[in-house]
Each structure stands twice: as structure tokens, then as C-alpha cells.
Design a protein around this ligand. Structure first.
Ligand code: IPE
Ligand code: IPE
Ligand code: MG
Length: 241
């Protein structure tokens, strides 16, 4: 497929990469094996979205609630994330040629300093890229994100920089991690679950949802096409008629 095969493409796609654990369990493997496969799927689909001409895509990699998992699983996920960051730097020239801007959404203070430093470096090195914005949500929780935005606005009100009446939806949106990025048009969740799990609550106010039973490690370019086909046919009304 190419982007021109679609009459309309979402500006911003969000993907909840779910089902790694069940994929591994079905095969009698450790959950971490599912995360290894899931990380490969993430690379494939990210690349494919860029080739199609999607401008913004956000992958949910680790939620603020995922810290409650067994320590070895959390470590395995963080290790894979570190591998990805190092690879992104090793292949910097390639990524720059592809025009990929990498950004990370989430609370970086909760992440190991070595990883947080790599995140900063990757963001900085790719900040002038404009073909695709690829966001990875790590230690991300939407309610925490909105709380942080409200706190920063409250600080401005306290300092006399803002009047309460000047607080608008646009101002709140601008203080989120996605600040300058468009709202989510299409939300994809594989693995059979039909819930949002604290992901991009504000940004998805008018998103179209697409669910599939496929587990994330098995998710293919064809599944992504199917989601885009479905989106193409949706009649978005934004409250109008
Ligand atoms: C998604 O897969 C990856 C993360 C949440 C980090 P899961 O690990 O949630 O897989 P299931 O839902 O247990 O199958
Ligand atoms: C959502 O999946 C978080 C990520 C994919 C990173 P979960 O597996 O954590 O969500 P729940 O617990 O099923 O809602
Ligand atoms: Mg899950």
C-alpha cells in the first residue's frame, strides 16, 4: 500500500501495543519473549506508517500502571526500550534520511537516568525531522499528564501571569506532552480488549476507535491497512449533523 491508496489518512494514529504476554503464554514462553516480539512489530509498523505518509503516530509502550508488574518483567521491558534507544542512535543517519522525529511522552523523572539521558539525546538529534513524528509513550498516564498540565497552569495563575478566565481547552492542550501535535484521529487497540487504559484521554476526545483480536506480536501491515480502511469509511461529525 501507499498513502495514495487511501482517500483520507488520519493525521494522528495512536496504537495501544497490547497482547504481548498472551502471545507468549500461548506458546509456553516467558512474557518477556512476547515483549521481544512486540518490539519487532513496533519497528515494522512505525516504519510502515512513515512510508504511508502518516504524520503523527503514538505507540503506548509502558503505562504508569505497568510498574505494578513483576520486577523481572518491568526490567525486561526497560531493557528492550534501552536497546531501541541505542539502536536509534547507532542508526541515526538512516533515521535522519527517513525523516523520523522521535519523541517520548511520559514522566521522565520515573525512568532510570541512563535511559532518560538517551531519550533526551535521541529527541534532540531528531528534532528537525518533519516526515513523521513518532511518539513513544513510556511511563505515561493520561490522568497524570492532565494533572501536570493543571498544576503548571495553577502556578501561572498564582504568579499572576494568567487569570482563571484565560484557561481554555487550547491552553490545557498546549501543556500536555503532545503540546504542538494534532489530536488523535484513529485509536488502534489489538488483543481483544476494548478500553483506553489511561492513554491520551484528552487527545482522543473525537478519535475513531478500531479494535482487533490479533495479539500485538502478530499484528501486520495488513492489519494496519484494515484499520485505515475502516477509518476511511467513518463519518466524523464532531457534534454536528
Ligand atoms: C502490552 O502487552 C505490553 C505492555 C503493557 C508493556 P501485555 O504485556 O499487556 O500483554 P497481555 O495483555 O498480558 O497479553
Ligand atoms: C496498556 O496495556 C498499556 C500498554 C500497552 C503499554 P495494559 O495491558 O497495561 O492495559 P490493561 O491493564 O489491560 O488495561
Ligand atoms: Mg495487556
Amino acid at each position: 500500500m501507499t498513502g495514495s491508496d487511501f482517500s483520507v489518512l488520519p493525521r494522528h494514529v495512536a496504537v495501544i501495543m497490547d497482547g504481548n504476554g498472551r502471545w507468549a503464554k500461548k506458546r509456553g514462553l516467558a512474557r518477556s519473549e512476547g515483549h521481544i516480539e512486540g518490539a519487532k512489530t513496533f519497528r515494522r509498523i512505525g516504519e510502515y506508517a512513515g512510508n504511508l505518509g502518516i504524520k503523527h503516530i503514538t505507540f503506548y509502550a509502558f503505562s504508569t500502571e505497568n510498574w505494578s508488574r513483576p520486577e523481572n518483567e518491568v526490567n525486561a521491558i526497560m531493557h528492550l526500550f534501552g536497546d531501541y534507544l541505542k539502536e536509534a542512535l547507532d542508526r541515526l543517519d538512516e533515521n535522519l534520511k527517513k525523516g523520523i522525529r522521535l519523541r517520548f511522552l511520559g514522566d521522565r523523572t520515573g525512568i532510570a537516568p541512563e535511559l532518560a539521558n538517551l531519550m533526551d539525546t535521541v529527541e534532540k538529534y531528531t528534532e528537525n525531522m518533519t516526515k513523521i513524528n513518532l511518539n513513544i509513550a513510556v511511563n505515561y498516564g493520561s490522568q497524570q499528564e492532565i494533572t501536570g498540565a493543571v498544576q503548571s497552569i495553577a502556578e501561572d495563575v498564582k504568579a499572576g501571569l494568567l487569570q482563571p478566565g484565560q484557561i481554555t481547552p487550547e491552553l490545557i492542550a498546549s501543556r500536555l506532552y503532545t503540546g504542538d501535535q494534532p489530536p488523535v484521529d484513529l485509536m488502534i487497540r489489538p488483543s481483544g480488549e476494548q478500553r483506553i487504559s489511561n492513554f491520551l484521554l484528552w487527545q482522543s476526545a473525537y478519535a475513531e476507535f478500531w479494535y482487533s483480536d490479533v495479539l500485538w506480536p502478530d499484528f501486520t501491515e495488513r492489519d494496519f491497512d484494515e484499520a485505515l480502511r475502516s477509518y476511511e469509511k467513518r463519518n466524523r461529525r464532531f457534534g454536528g449533523v
